[in-house]
Design a protein around this ligand. Sequence first.
Ligand code: NAP
Length: 311
Amino acid sequence: MADISGPIRIGIVGVGKIVRDQHLPAIAGNPDFKLVATASRHGTVEGVPSYTTIEAMLATEELDAVSLCMPPHVRYQAARAALEADKHVFLEKPPGATVSEVEDLKRLADAEGVTLFASWHSRYAPAVQAARAFLFENPPSSVAIVWKEDVRRWHPNQDWIWRAGGFGVFDPGINAMSIATHIIPVPFFVGEAVLDFPANRDAPIAAQINFTGAGDFKLTADFDWRQTGPQSWDIIAETPAGRLVLSSGGAKLAIDGRAVQDEPEREYPALYERFAGIVKAGQSDVDIAPLQHVADAFMLGRRRVVEPFFD
Ligand code: NAP
C-alpha cells in the first residue's frame, strides 16, 4: 500500500440509514478523510459519483479506503474485493455474518499489508473508557446487561434484519457485548441461552443469556426488541467498591448512584479518528469477541417460538 499524502480518499458501500445518520456527517467533519464515491444499488450521495457495485467503483475511482455499511450477510465478498484491491477497509458492526469469514478477512488484510477495522461503535460511547478503568481496578463479582428497545422505532421495515444471518435482536445486543467484552476484566462464556423467534421470522426478537466465568463470576444478558416507552441500554456491575451503572448505551456512568460521567455521544466521529489513526500507523483492529459470543448463543441457545411479528 502506497503512503497516503493528504486526506484518505474513501468510498462508502451500502448507502442506507446508518450512512445518512452517522457516516456522512462524521466523514464530512474529519479533515483526514475525503468522500470520493459511493457504491449502492439504490442509494446515492449528492455531489459524489455513485456506482451500483463495489467492483465498478474500485475499477474507476482512485481510493485509499472503503467503508462497508451494508447488512452483514453481504459484507464478506465486498471486503475481499476491497482488500485484494489494496484498500483499507472499515467494517460496520457486526463485522461479518460468521466468525470464520471475519478471520479470513483478517488474514487477507495482513497478507495485503492494509488496514482492516472491525468497528464497534458502542465502545466509543463517552463513558465506556471510564467504566473500563473502574472495573479493571475493581473486578466485578456479577454483571447484568439489560438491552431493551423498540424494533419498530430503530429498524423500521428492515427486512434483512429478520432473515437468517440478519442477527435479529442481536443486532443491538452485539453492541452491548462489544462494551462488555471491552470493560469486564475476567473471561466469560455463554452457559445457557433462550432465544425467542417470532413464528413468522428467522431471527430472534428476544434473548436471555446466562454466562459463566472464572471463579464465581456471573453475567446475565437480557435482550428484547419489544420494549415500548423508555428504552434500556444498561450494564450494571457489582464490585467490591460499589455498584457501577453504565447507562444510555455507554453515555452515562454512575457509581453507587453518584454520577461520574454524562456526556453527549460522538461515537462515529471517534470511530473515524480511530480508523485514520490505524491507517496511518499501518495497523489493523479486529476484535471478534462480541461476534463470537453471539455465535455461541446461537449455538447453545434453546429456541422458543413466540407470537408473529409484523412491522
Ligand atoms: P439499511 O439502511 O437497511 O442498509 C444499508 C444499505 O445496504 C441499504 O440501504 C442498501 O442500499 C444496502 N443493502 C441492503 N441489503 C442489501 C443486500 N442484500 N445486498 C447489498 N446491499 C444491500 O441498514 P442500516 O441500518 O444502515 O444498517 C447497516 C449496517 O450498519 C448493519 O450492519 C447495522 O448493524 C449497522 N448499524 C446500524 C445502525 C442503525 O441505527 N441503523 C447503527 C449502527 C450500526 P442499496 O439498496 O442502495 O444497495
